[in-house]
Design a protein around this ligand. Structure first.
Ligand SMILES: O=P(O)(O)O[C@@H]1C[C@H](O)[C@@H](CO)O1
Length: 312
């Protein structure tokens, strides 16, 4: 008998209730999930035949409280793949336990999702970054997790994953490579970067001393999300790919007059919307059909075969 510890708000049973409810309200069976960051809700426009379900109607779902997060799930297809898009995510600073913030990820797992694409807005710590750059996340530093606030804290449910999941491969290498290939094809190379995202609790933006510290410990961009969701997704075996839009430059210098603010974050989202909206679809798009020509002269046999290779 397991000891009774207060439920963590993302227990198997709770997630199952939510996933069963969603299955009863849409015929879409998503294999792909997209999480929209601040000001990036336009990604949902790329979804065909949308079916919209509001968070307020979904059992066990938290509510969005932040401007720039609409608070609805959009089901449909992206590049022919059945997909669910979170138009609005949850953050620690909204007052939710980290387990509640990540409940949707487990719900998606129970619905059949295999790959999660996450986006966020972030402050640029790397002095080589400019506002409007898009950073493919290579790795993260989870500051709340280091202080004990990890979404997997509490009893482990083996139906989701192991007690001590590996995180050295959290951000899928193949999908990262694909993003750079696609970025080159689309002419995005000038603003497409790759780096380390550090997640903090927020909601206050960082002090100058904090920004300096975060950069010196290896972070290229700073934000308030994504890391928790990725940990939960990896725990239950989903592939993760994540993008940070550098929405503002972190202030690193005491002579600077710059001040981080949410309006600038949302404005940059609008300005880069067109490009941000193209990347997820192109990364998951099935690869072009490859023609294989096999000639075996001794038997004068010729065989042509078409193979469609899926990227996810
Ligand atoms: O949901 P994301 O991580 O994109 O939101 C970022 C972090 C804060 O919620 C907000 C600050 O402007 O944007």
């Amino acid at each position: 008998m397991l000891p009774t510890i207060p439920t963590e708000s993302n227990s198997y049973e709770e997630c199952k209730i939510t996933s069963d409810w969603l299955k009863a309200h849409t015929d879409v069976r998503p294999v792909l999930a997209i999480v929209c960051g601040s000001g990036l809700g336009g990604l949902a426009k790329t979804i065909k035949d949308p079916v919209i379900l509001k968070y307020q109607d979904i059992p066990n779902f938290p509510q969005s409280t932040v401007h720039g997060h609409a608070g609805q799930l959009v089901f449909g297809t992206l590049q022919g793949k059945q997909c669910v898009c979170m138009q609005g995510r949850f953050h620690l600073y909204e007052g939710y336990p980290v387990q509640k913030i990540t409940l949707p990820i487990r719900v998606f797992k129970l619905m059949g999702v295999q790959t999660v694409i996450l986006t966020n807005a972030a402050g640029g710590l790397n002095p080589g970054y400019r506002v409007g750059d898009v950073m493919v996340i290579r790795d993260h530093i989870n500051m709340p997790g280091m202080a004990g606030n990890n979404p997997l804290a509490g009893l482990n449910d083996e139906r989701f994953g192991v007690r001590f999941p590996c995180m050295s491969d959290a951000y899928d290498r193949k999908l990262r490579e694909m993003a750079h290939e696609v970025g080159e094809e689309l002419g995005f190379s000038d603003f497409l970067k790759e780096g380390v995202y550090v997640v903090l609790g927020g909601p206050s933006f960082e002090t100058i001393a904090e920004c300096r510290m975060l950069h010196s410990m290896g972070a290229d961009a700073v934000g308030m999300s994504t890391g928790h969701e990725v940990i939960v997704a990896r725990h239950c075996g989903m592939r993760c790919f994540a993008l940070s839009l550098i929405s503002n430059q972190s202030v690193m210098d005491y002579t600077s007059k710059e001040k981080a603010n949410h309006e600038e974050v949302l404005e940059t989202g609008k300005e880069r919307a067109a490009q941000m909206e193209q990347l997820p679809g192109r990364v998951v798009r099935p690869a072009p059909r490859v023609q294989w020509q096999v000639n075996i002269p001794t038997q004068s046999l010729s065989c042509v075969r078409n193979r469609s290779l899926s990227r996810i």
